[in-house]
Each structure stands twice: as C-alpha cells, then as structure tokens.
Design a protein. Structure first.
Length: 360
C-alpha cells in the first residue's frame, strides 16, 4: 500500500475525509463509537495522524509556547531554582496540551532564533530587555509575559517582592549588630568588581530591586556596604571569588548578603577555606530558599520565594494572554507580585565582640 492519507481511511470506513479529520482534531463533532472505529482503522493502516506542520498552518496556531532564558539550556536544566520554575510552568500547561519550547537568549547558544521559531506566545524569564531576542518577540506582537523583570506597558508580568525580601535580610543582620556588611551580586553586562556607584551599574530588574532592598535597611542604619558584582559563571566560582575580595578588605565584613543561595554556597566555602567560621566570624545570608539552602553547612539563612507558584502564575497569565489575543487587541496586562519571607537558620549570628583594651 502507498502512502496512507485521510482519504485512504475515509474510503475504508465509508465516511467523508472531513469526518476522519474531525476524529483527530475535533472529536466533539462525532460520536465516540464512530471516532473509535476511525482510529482503529487508522491504526491498522499504520497512519500516525495529521502532519503537525499542515495542521498548524490550517489552524494558525503552533501548539507550543516559548520560554526565553537569559542563560544556557544547560543552566535551566541543572539549576534547582530554574528547574522548579519549569515544573510550575508544566503544572499549568499539561491540562491545555500546549508544549514548551526553550529559547536561550544568548546569540551563541541560539540554534533557532526567537525571530523564527513557531510559538503561540512566550514567557520572557529574567532577560535583558535590550537583548535582540526580546526585541524580536516584541516585534512579532506575540502574547508575552515578563517574569523576574520590570513590568512594561501592555505586557503581563510576574515578579516576587525582591525589594521587601532583601530589606528583611539586611534588617536581620543590622538587628544582630553587624556594622561591616558586604553585598555579593551577579549580572549580565555593566561593571564588575567592587562598585563605586552600585545602582548605576545594574541592568537587570531583579538585581536592582534586591540591591535597593538591602540598601534601604543598611542606609537607615547609617551603614555603607561594600558591593561586589561578578559576571554570570558557575555559581560556586562567583561566590568564592567575590568572598575572597571581601575577606581581603582592610575592614573585613562580618556579614555578607548574597544575590542567591548558590552564590552564598561559594561564599561560605571561601570563608571556611580562609580559616574563618560561619557564623562566628562572618554571617552569610542567601536568597531564594532552594534545596541548597538546607543542605549547606551551616544551614543558610535566606529569603524564601515560592518558585513553583511563580511558574504556575506565569504560565496561567500567558494562557490568558493567548486566549485574549484571539478575540481582542492587547490589553494593559496584569502585573502580579508574589510575596517573599525571611527564613532564619544557622548561618547568621551576632558579630564577635570587640575586646576592650586593658586599662593601664
């Protein structure tokens, strides 16, 4: 037998070609008994179903949504925070039948650019808003949801309360009595090393909001922190290198606030390798409360965010945006901000007491 088509099946069953097509794409248009009969004949003839490309052209939909990532695909599939975010997205997509296409924003890692890949909409996850990939998605006028970045007019967004969480973390070390505080952060582009003017050096919204939160509390206590910024690399390497810089300062910090739990892990390792103790000599605070925070020794004081809930909220917002785009022009876009919570564990303690000089 030659190539099996919808007409081939229709001839065997004794129905129209459209009826066979409905059995695959619009099952509500025929009885369950007739559909089962058609599918059984198709299976016997070795027919695997309508061509997905042709079906997409006919329906005007791709059946998939994109996730634009600032980092490599390897990072997204190995980092515990990113994987939890992906799990939350899957929670929402599975009932809809929509697939997920991962799109790295870095040009050197992009096999199919965001300009060309077929998607019905996209989540833009912690990307530089000036990146070429984001620009192409905007130009295509696709339904979009921004995640972990600044809200934009007409585009839905999902963020966590980074500033409030960072402020709580900094207030915690202030309340413990720390006066010499360092901040270790990371980012794409901008300045690196010890920053002279921290806010001006930051590009990403998440990084900026966390810095603002830390400095809200530290500034109110008249504490000027040392801000050390590193480029994206392996988290342990970034935290380790930044901690070495901090520990080499003339006024060594007694507390270090970190952009993430992964960064904090590298910071703790550097402190311990220098012969110092956490928290007796240096207190360390992370951000995210991923599983690493509980595995770290000592267990890490950190800011908790519900990453899985963020993934679910982002996917739900995108599904809504896609449905709305079918019947009406783009609206204002809903901006969702999820809460954060400080979790105090063993990596923070009051600084060592200064021994007063002996009286003569």
């Amino acid at each position: 037998m030659g190539r099996v088509t919808l007409q081939t099946i229709a001839d065997h069953v004794g129905v129209s070609r459209m009826t066979v097509s409905n059995a695959f794409s619009r099952p509500d248009q025929l009885s369950a008994r007739l559909r089962d009969r058609i599918l059984a004949v198709a299976n016997d003839l070795g027919y695997v179903g309508p061509d997905p490309t042709a079906r997409a052209l006919a329906s005007g939909t791709a059946g998939t949504v994109g996730l634009l990532l600032s980092d490599t695909l390897t990072y997204a599939l190995t980092d515990e925070v990113a994987m939890t975010f992906l799990a939350g997205i899957s929670d929402e997509l599975v009932p809809t039948g929509l697939a997920l296409t991962l799109l790295p924003a870095s040009p050197q890692d992009t096999i199919v650019p965001a300009r060309d890949v077929a998607v019905d909409g996209a989540l833009v996850y912690s990307c530089d808003p000036q990146s070429t990939a984001v620009g192409w998605l905007l130009r295509r006028r696709l339904p979009l949801v921004f995640v972990d970045q600044a809200a934009a007019p007409g585009i839905a967004s999902v963020n966590i309360d980074d500033r409030l969480g960072a402020r709580a973390a900094a207030q915690h070390v202030v309340d413990l009595g720390h006066r010499r505080v360092a901040i270790v952060t990371i980012g794409h582009g901008g300045e690196y090393g010890v920053l002279a003017s921290p806010p001006e050096a930051l590009v990403a919204n998440t990084e900026r909001q966390r810095l603002l939160g830390w400095t809200d509390a530290l500034g109110a206590a008249d504490i000027e922190p040392v801000v050390i910024r590193q480029p994206h690399a392996e988290p342990d390497d970034m935290g380790y290198t930044a901690a070495q810089i901090a520990l080499g300062l003339a006024d060594r910090p007694t507390a270090i606030l970190c952009f993430s739990d992964a960064i904090a892990g590298g910071v703790i390792r550097a402190i311990q390798d220098a012969g110092l103790r956490v928290p007796e000599d240096v207190s360390v605070v992370g951000f995210d409360d991923n599983p690493l925070a509980r595995r770290t020794r000592p267990a890490l004081t950190t800011v908790r965010q519900d990453v899985r809930a963020k993934g679910r909220a982002a996917a739900a917002a995108l599904i809504t945006a896609i449905e709305r785009a079918k019947t009406r022009p783009a609206g204002r876009g809903r901006h969702i901000v999820l809460p954060t919570e400080l979790v105090i564990r063993d990596s923070t303690a009051p600084p060592p007491k200064t021994i007063a000089p002996a009286k003569r």
